[in-house]
Design a protein around this ligand. Structure first.
Ligand SMILES: [Ca+2]
Ligand SMILES: [Ca+2]
Length: 262
């Protein structure tokens, strides 16, 4: 951001005697600088999406969700500090304690997920390159080999059909992505994990998920000692927004060049 302004400053100073042409020129310079500044600050285009009960300060439910609004899944629970682990923030955190039904081949998983309605962003998503990022803090006091997952799945039907869609598309949705994390063994530290997914252009909602996988041994329950907290979800729309800004800045400079070299 500093570079374009620094480059423009001497020109503005040098031009100051030419009163009659100054105002429009300054306006052009300012417009170009603002355009470039906006282009160089993509963080400004990031959208914070709402995750309900993002810090697990309220209870979570079991079963497949059929609507947006809270965490559901295996019978995990929101708990206060325990087993040497203090919540990352607030007074509660998610404890992974139940892994549903072992499937006999792929080990077991303890899943908690939430549906997020993205219909308000339909036009941005349809433009393509609409990327969402899910982040979570994870920690354990348990000593077994277990793997945390953060995952995003996209869907284009209604939320009431979520369970059917999840099963019929082999647990993948239309598109999905995950990051796995093997937490360190220090219960005093929280580990950060995040995953991004560029959504199919017809996405209407996504499922965001935090899981604890217990690979291989296929036991019917997971001992307490594995936790998640502070879930965040952000989106960055199609970069054509930046391209438009850069285009505006380029036009401004072209106009300046004509003024100086005509
Ligand atoms: Ca919390
Ligand atoms: Ca840790």
């Amino acid at each position: 951001m500093g570079k374009p302004s620094a480059g423009l400053t001497p020109r503005r100073t040098g031009l100051s005697p030419c009163n009659s042409h100054m105002a429009p020129t300054h306006r052009l310079i300012a417009a170009a600088a603002i355009g470039i500044a906006a282009f160089l600050a993509p963080a400004s285009a990031q959208i914070m999406l709402t995750v309900a009960n993002s810090g697990f300060e309220s209870a979570v439910s079991s079963g497949f969700p059929t609507a947006a609004g809270n965490w559901q899944g295996d019978a995990n629970s929101a708990v206060t500090a325990q087993n040497g682990v203090t919540p990352y923030a607030g007074i509660q955190m998610l404890s992974f304690t139940n892994n549903g039904i072992p499937d006999g081949t792929n080990g077991t998983g303890s899943d908690t997920l939430q549906l997020v309605d993205l219909s308000a962003y339909a036009s941005s998503i349809a433009a393509g390159n609409f990327t969402v990022t899910l982040s979570a803090y994870l920690n354990r006091s348990g000593s077994n080999y277990n793997e945390f997952w953060t995952r995003i799945l996209s869907f284009n039907t209604t939320m009431a059909n979520f369970e059917t869609e999840l099963i019929s598309t082999a647990n993948q949705g239309q598109a999905s992505n995950y990051t796995s994390l093997l937490s360190d063994s220090n219960p005093a530290t929280w580990e950060f994990s995040s995953v991004s997914l560029t959504l199919p252009t017809d996405t209407t909602y996504i499922a965001v998920e935090v899981s604890l996988l217990h690979p291989g041994d296929n036991v019917p329950s997971i001992s307490p000692g594995y936790y998640a907290d502070n879930i965040t979800l952000t989106a960055v729309p199609e970069p054509s927004t930046y391209a438009a800004l850069l285009g505006a800045a380029a036009l401004g400079f072209a106009a300046l060049r004509r003024r100086f070299f005509a």
